[in-house]
Write a protein of this length. Sequence first.
Length: 307
Amino acid sequence: MAAFPQPLIEAMAARAVRMHHALWHAARDGWATRTEAERKIYRDRGWEPPRPSLTASGQPEFNNGSGEDFLYMHREMIRTVNEILAVSDPQHPRIVGWAAIPAADDEDFPVPPPFTVPGNDNLAENIRQAKSAEALDRLREREAQVTDPAVLGGITLGRLGAFIEFFIHNRLHLRWAAELPRYRPGGSAFDVHPRWDVPSYDWLADPYSSHVNPIFWKLHGWVDARIDDWMRANGVTGPVPWSFDPPWTGPAASGHHHQNVVELALRARPGNSEAVSLESHVHALEETITALKDNGVPEPVPFPQVD
Ligand SMILES: [Cu+2]
């Protein structure tokens, strides 16, 4: 695999990007099972998801459009990174996703062996299963469905997004997760100790760190291409016909220039306006997470396996 640019890895490891990505997934995955008091903590800080991604019984929300949020949020991340790669790194001008989910014997993207996760047997077991031959068979069947124009022509973009998120993407995150010396404790309410901010903490099984890992961008490049397939299958040209203006990416990081947190992290240099905006976004995110922690709001299971 072509080396992933180090400045990009460092920007993705920024505390604000980590917290924003983790909160975005946590807010929408956990919403249906939060109490009203817990919801208020999110809501008062701009983190009420307009469309929860899971029902109270933990099934994907296929009909509420949350799948569009999933597709849009990650498309925005890719677009922002591409915009900056294009001007700063001629050797690596854009994110290139997997053309297909890699085979079991893929030389460039081997599946890391299973491992134990101290204190989180459940996650370790889900990871083990995601790495199995049966899991790949299932992934292949589903990949065939979401690349079939006949299937795509019969479903909404929101349904496609929800199906990919929970029946393919979550498993891909766990399948390619690799053993690390330590993991952010799962289930503990939002542990965002700065020890987890080092660029080497790039665990794919945790939304606080997954986007720091180059494989995140291969995987999400594959996800992103499904939007284009859906457009083709439905004879749609021009801009993506999102049902929301725009879909949900969490509260804005910078009021003035509408820069998202990824853009701020990529453009921040000591003393510039992006660095200042990034810093104030860090404070807002820390305040939100502290409030969630102080009130004992649980952090949802990352990348839940719901099927
Ligand atoms: Cu994500």
